[in-house]
Write a protein that binds this ligand. Structure first.
Ligand SMILES: [Zn+2]
Ligand SMILES: [Zn+2]
Length: 426
């Protein structure tokens, strides 16, 4: 098995370094150790080859790595995008560490520099790259995804320009959260988050909270959020802005499941079901398609949210949906003002979800998707932390040594924690 793993990782390393010359110098100071996904809920921590230090690259001793929803999709399904893995793969794409060697052409970095690891390596040649949208590069290599190698290892090599420096004031724990913060910066760009806006966020998991922290740093007016977990709602209510010392989110709602709301339960969707009532009113209701009834429910609930938050109708400028849950997408469109923006960030459990197309059109909503981050997002994320306008420390619940990587993933799967970190050298 080990030979297969080593071969797979060596191939992946070559893929990650594909734009570099084959004659690149090698760093041969012994073995690396990495957390390798072998299958569904099956991670092995094992020795693997040291990455190749390229002439224009840096070799990083990785210190901390965050685990996120994307990693969990891979871990829990044992694959990517619905496909089971065909060969073992090193996970991880949210890392930071210290430079321990630099390539011969590198003048920007020195041994000892603290750096973040940008996990996406665009081809720099395709049409999208040339259009300045390297996040949707047609030949993107992304850490921890098939064809690449993740950063959940002791050592990692990458081009020097993909390793932005981190000031000493940023802790290693926070440094392990720079990548999701960079995604938050991209959310800010795609959603055009600006001062004086009213913003709604669905989901109080780390990416929802990071979005809120960025919106507050950008001087949003009112921020509201919702989640279906009482624990996450409780935490979100106490997540404070380092700028104001007050909660970042003005109103956090505990969302009720749709089946218990006034839209009616599953049985009432059919007239012959055991839950069907005999009244004329209920019979009429049963003829209304479930999608339309959901939309009625969404409009009612959205109006209630706005009323409770003291936000005028038609004043909710931006909605960031991080759950991927259909009901939340419905609510997002209902909440957004005429001409507002809905950013669909969340990945739901299914390929599709219903959206209210009539309202989308009549309100002329900008409904947008988002992918990864763009080149300036990492420096901007580091700047937000360095200036102390965003504080990620409260989000970090627990950390595990690399040797217990599987425990760390199980901890995330338990749903009890917000951000779980792995210490790569332990
Ligand atoms: Zn991530
Ligand atoms: Zn490209």
């Amino acid at each position: 098995m080990r030979v297969t793993v080593v071969t797979a990782i060596r191939n992946s390393l070559r893929a990650f370094n594909k734009i570099k010359p084959q004659s690149a110098m090698e760093w041969n100071s012994g073995e690396n150790t990495a957390a390798v996904l072998l299958g569904r809920r099956n991670i092995a921590v094992q020795e693997c080859p040291m990455p190749s230090l390229q002439p224009d690259g840096v070799l990083v001793e990785v210190i901390s790595t965050g685990i996120c929803g994307t990693d969990m999709h891979s871990y829990l399904s044992g694959g990517f995008g619905g496909q089971a893995i065909t060969e073992p793969i090193v996970l991880g794409h949210e890392s930071a560490g210290e430079v321990i060697a630099v390539g011969g052409m590198v003048t920007s970095h020195q041994v000892g520099d603290r750096v973040a690891i940008e996990p996406g390596l665009p081809c720099r040649r395709c049409r999208n790259c040339k259009d300045g949208r390297s996040n949707i590069c047609l030949d993107l290599t992304y850490c921890g995804m098939p064809g690449s190698v993740g950063s959940l290892s002791r050592y990692f090599a990458l081009p020097a320009d993909m390793a932005p420096k981190i000031p000493a004031s940023i802790s290693w724990d926070e440094a392990g959260c720079i990548q999701p913060l960079a995604i938050g910066v991209q959310i800010g760009k795609r959603g055009d988050l600006r001062a004086h806006q009213n913003i709604a966020i669905f989901g109080c998991s780390p990416i929802g909270l990071i979005t809120a922290a960025i919106a507050r740093a950008y001087s949003a007016s009112e921020i509201i959020a919702s989640d279906n977990s009482p624990e996450r709602v409780e935490f979100a209510r106490t997540y404070l802005s380092p700028l104001t010392g007050k909660p970042i989110i003005n109103h956090v709602f505990l969302s009720e499941p749709l089946s218990t709301s006034s839209v009616g339960n599953e049985e009432r969707q059919t007239t012959s079901g055991p839950g069907a009532s005999a009244g004329d009113n209920d019979a009429d209701k049963a003829e209304v398609p479930i999608g339309d009834r959901k939309w009625e429910w969404a409009e009612r609930l959205a109006a209630g949210y706005l009323r409770e938050a003291g936000i005028d109708k038609e004043s909710l400028d931006r909605v960031v949906e991080t759950t991927g849950v259909e009901d939340c997408l419905m609510l997002s469109v209902a909440l957004a003002k005429q001409g507002g923006t809905v950013l669909a960030v969340g990945l739901g459990p299914h390929q599709t979800a219903a959206i209210p197309t009539i309202a989308l059109n009549s309100k002329e909503i900008d409904f947008k998707g988002i992918m990864h981050y763009t080149p300036s997002c990492f420096p901007d994320a580091i700047d937000l932390l360095a200036r102390g306008v965003v504080d990620l420390e409260p989000l970090i619940s627990v950390s595990f040594p690399l040797s217990q990587a599987q425990d760390a993933f199980e901890a995330v799967a338990s749903g009890k924690y917000l951000k779980v970190l792995i210490k790569n050298q332990e």
